[in-house]
Design a protein around this ligand. Structure first.
Ligand SMILES: [Zn+2]
Length: 204
């Protein structure tokens, strides 16, 4: 509140409380000086609080109390009001942001992958199609190496079992999942997959 706004607030208070009359309607020069000083000190204490808000607190205060209103009463109400406003704004913000669904988070994952691959100079759309196809393939058991759903294909060489390079899946697993096998990238050309399919012992 500004100093010039205070006389009106004092007049409102005086309508409920005679102790504000000297500030609202100063009759002597001495009372005027005291009223001016009080207006300044109230303006300093009430700071950012809008005049209309202070007036509403004064009305509410005298609805319930017989003691005089003070700057601390108005300030306390203001702090409480502001906290409520902040809480309302925060809960409105939370409500307006729905939790991401599975498909939305996949789109988020796609966006991140696309940005990464684009930065590497690859065609992001193709790469995402390939990655999605591979993920779909992982949902079925591999008929070749018998990798369980969710597990990557492995190649067995002698006693060594290791994941296929580039985390690929056996071509037969694509068939089992009903997914068309993406054409291999020239950059990741690797015949490991085809060799290992033939070299798995005790097939079937
Ligand atoms: Zn496999």
């Amino acid at each position: 509140m500004e100093t010039y706004e205070l006389p009106e607030l004092f007049q409102l208070a005086a309508s409920y409380d005679r102790s504000f009359e000297p500030f609202a309607y100063p009759k002597t020069e001495q009372q005027q000086g005291k009223a001016d000083l009080t207006a300044e000190s109230w303006a300093a204490a009430l700071g950012e609080i809008p005049a209309d808000f202070a007036k509403s607190v004064v009305v509410e205060h005298y609805r319930r109390n017989s003691v005089s209103v003070s700057t601390s009463v108005i300030h306390r109400e203001w702090v409480e009001y502001r906290n409520q406003q902040i809480q309302k704004a925060e809960s409105a913000e939370i409500r307006s942001k729905p939790r991401p669904s599975a498909s939305e988070s996949l789109r988020g994952w796609e966006r991140a992958t696309a940005a990464l691959l684009e930065a590497k100079g690859q065609d992001p759309e193709k790469a995402i199609r390939d990655i999605k196809a591979r993920r779909q393939v992982l949902q079925v058991k591999c008929p070749v190496c018998r990798a369980l759903p969710g597990r990557g294909c492995v190649s067995s060489t002698g006693n060594r079992v290791q994941p296929l390079s580039n985390n690929r899946s056996h071509p037969s697993r694509f068939e089992a999942a009903g997914v068309e096998m993406p054409p291999p990238n020239s950059s990741e050309r690797d015949d490991d997959e085809h060799d290992s399919e033939d070299s798995v012992p005790n097939r079937g």
